[in-house]
Design a protein around this ligand. Structure first.
Ligand SMILES: Nc1ncnc2c1ncn2[C@@H]1O[C@H](COP(=O)(O)OP(=O)(O)OP(=O)(O)O)[C@@H](O)[C@H]1O
Length: 589
């Protein structure tokens, strides 16, 4: 024998109120939505039937009356009293796109704030009926008095829910959800809808339309936009605007967009409407074809949403490229605020890459300039991949006539590396600190030979730090010493440090990456510097050791290198050692 499921309505209401809906306030949205759908259905049958929804508040009570299609007694049994049954799906069970509802559960949200729902309804040519549904899962139907086709839903607040029935709250909620509805809605006789969307195309002067749009952003979103971009994606039935934020937005934070579905507010914080890179824009859109989740508080993620996101991304990109072409001073202002977003975009978009190349000034050791200007002046693009490398090398490189871009800011190095993909003839090279040493002049052989003992003593002092001492002659002469670490040496140093910290087994695994120490960091003494020349003249090996250690410490500090415990100990030792040498011993006058 087949049996029928029993549903405990209290359990279902509890589920809705605690797990599906974010707030009890959605009850009003669901009632308005049913009223709009009923009007839509009625107008499909009688095109010029009156369309009106009136919400009337009473003491801890509310009625929502529509001039919609109404229900016959049989439909009341089938639709109102059956959870999950909806008249808004086609024979195959798909949501019919002219309606807002589809799931057949919306009316239940009334039980989140009321113990009883009374629906007086009349369909064309049928007698009026009063359906009373209760939160305990029982209902009854009686004949009712009503002349006009349509429906009235009455709720009385459950003790504790009165706040959701206060007239100002009801007005505010009706306006929030319904201000853009195509059907006139009133609350206690005052219209809360009727103007349509602020971006509608009508006979407003273009200046007035824009002022309305800016006013909407100020009132609703709380900022004066940098610009307003019209949006349209016909496949999704979407129209709207993107407001360009006047302040930098955190790329990791997606504030979300205000999305209406067929004029009814879905959410003020929709995610996934724009591509991630477009974090400089906040949208307000109305879409007819995008689908809501069952809570009706978010967009359902499907291929249409994916395609819409892509189309909206294209429209924002088009705006940006247009700005570059038509209004460069505004483009500069925009980049000043949103360069991070644009740079993120440039990593996978050629138009944006060109935009950054042409318009975004980067830090170089020959002044701030765009990559386009840098190329025009220096041919190839040489850059440092980290800000520390740049700080360390900018001055020295300039003294060797090497122009250098600081690629250390977020995305800059990747952007520079992507440029040859755009222009195959372009050479881009990353300056490795040790490459710089190959540009320095070697000392004359005789001088080199004479300084061999000094070098040996200096090297002995530096051996325990795994560092090679090199004597070269370079500009600027005021710089005594440079500590140069190449990429693989930096990696090896990190590897060594890790191996000391981890257990034996893991250290063994890491040993597979060990490389012979032929690319040790270099301490490059500048023979053009007067102090270094005097140090080179020292003969006492101890004093040579102390001086070289002091120069090493100085180079670490100047080059913004990390100071390891061994380095700190050495700095200390060399300072005290030199002090000892400099200060006369006790007893000496
Ligand atoms: N004001 C109304 N006028 C006419 N019919 C209504 C009205 N309110 C509800 N109904 C009928 O009751 C059915 C169930 O309503 P309910 O709000 O529970 O679900 P829904 O609107 O179909 O879908 P959703 O859960 O997505 O809102 C509707 O499909 C509709 O046929």
């Amino acid at each position: 024998m087949n049996r029928t499921f029993q549903v405990d309505l209290r359990g279902v209401v509890d589920l809705l109120s605690h797990h599906l809906y974010a707030s009890p306030r959605v009850y009003l949205r669901e009632l308005m939505q049913n009223a709009v759908d009923a009007v839509t259905a009625r107008r499909a049958e009688v095109p010029n039937a009156r369309a009106a929804i009136s919400v009337v508040t009473g003491p801890a009570a509310i009625t929502v009356t529509d001039t919609g299609i109404g229900l016959t007694e049989a439909q009341v049994h089938e639709l109102l009293a059956t959870i999950g049954r909806s008249s808004k799906r086609d024979e195959l069970g798909f949501a019919r796109h002219e309606f807002l509802g589809q799931f057949g559960i919306g009316l239940l949200s009334a039980f989140v704030v009321a113990d009883e729902v009374r629906v007086t309804t009349k369909a064309d040519g049928a007698p009026a009926v009063l359906w009373t549904g209760r939160a305990d899962g029982t209902y009854d139907i009686k004949p009712a008095q009503r002349d006009e086709v349509g429906t009235t839903v009455e709720l009385t607040a459950r003790p504790g829910s009165e706040q959701w029935f206060e007239p100002p709250t009801v007005t505010e909620l009706a306006r929030l959800y319904g201000s853009m509805l195509p059907v006139p809605v009133t609350v206690d006789g005052v219209a809360v809808s009727g103007d349509g969307t602020p971006w509608r195309e009508d006979d407003r002067e273009p200046g007035l339309r824009r002022a309305d749009l800016v006013g909407y952003a100020q009132e609703t979103l709380g900022f004066t936009p940098f610009d307003v971009i019209d949006l349209a994606v016909p496949e999704a039935g979407l129209t709207g605007v993107a407001y360009v934020l006047p302040f930098p937005a955190n790329p990791a934070e997606h504030a979300g967009h205000r999305v209406y579905l067929k004029g009814m507010l879905l959410t003020e914080s929709a995610q996934g409407l724009l591509p991630d890179w477009a974090f400089f824009a906040r949208c307000v859109v109305d879409a007819g074809e995008l689908r809501p989740t069952a809570s009706r508080e978010a967009l359902y993620s499907d291929t249409l949403l994916d395609e819409t996101r892509q189309a909206l991304g294209d429209q924002l990109r088009g705006w940006l490229v247009g700005l570059a072409r038509a209004d460069q001073s505004r483009l500069h202002k925009f980049l000043g605020v949103h360069h991070l977003g644009v740079k993120a975009l440039a990593l996978h978009d050629d138009d944006m890459l060109r935009l950054v190349e042409q318009w975004w000034p980067m830090e170089t050791n020959v002044g701030r300039m765009t990559l386009a200007d840098f190329r025009a002046q220096h041919g190839e693009i040489r850059y440092c991949a980290t800000a520390d490398d740049f700080r360390q090398l900018a001055g020295v490189a300039a003294a060797q006539d090497i122009a250098l871009v600081n690629g250390g800011y977020t995305y800059d190095a990747e952007i520079i590396e992507r440029l040859p993909a755009l222009e195959p003839g372009l050479t881009v090279s990353r300056l490795d600190p040790t490459d710089l040493a190959t540009r320095f002049d070697a000392l004359p052989p005789a001088t080199e030979l004479a300084l061999r003992p000094f070098l040996t003593a200096a090297q002995r002092a530096m051996d325990r730090l795994g560092c090679e001492v090199v004597l070269r002659s370079y500009e600027p002469a005021s710089l005594p010493v440079l500590f140069l670490v190449d990429r693989s040496a930096a990696f090896q140093a990190e590897l060594r440090a890790t191996k000391q910290r981890v257990d034996e087994l893991w250290a063994g695994v890491l040993s597979a990456f060990d490389k012979p120490a032929d690319d040790r960091p270099q301490l490059v003494l500048n023979h053009r510097n007067p102090l270094v020349r005097r140090v080179c003249g020292l003969t006492d090996p101890d004093l040579v050791g102390l001086s070289v250690e002091a120069l090493y410490g100085q180079a670490l500090l100047l080059g913004y290198h990390p100071i390891r415990p061994a380095d700190a100990a050495l700095l200390n030792r060399s300072f005290l050692g030199l002090l000892e040498q400099a200060v006369p011993t006790e007893g000496t006058p």
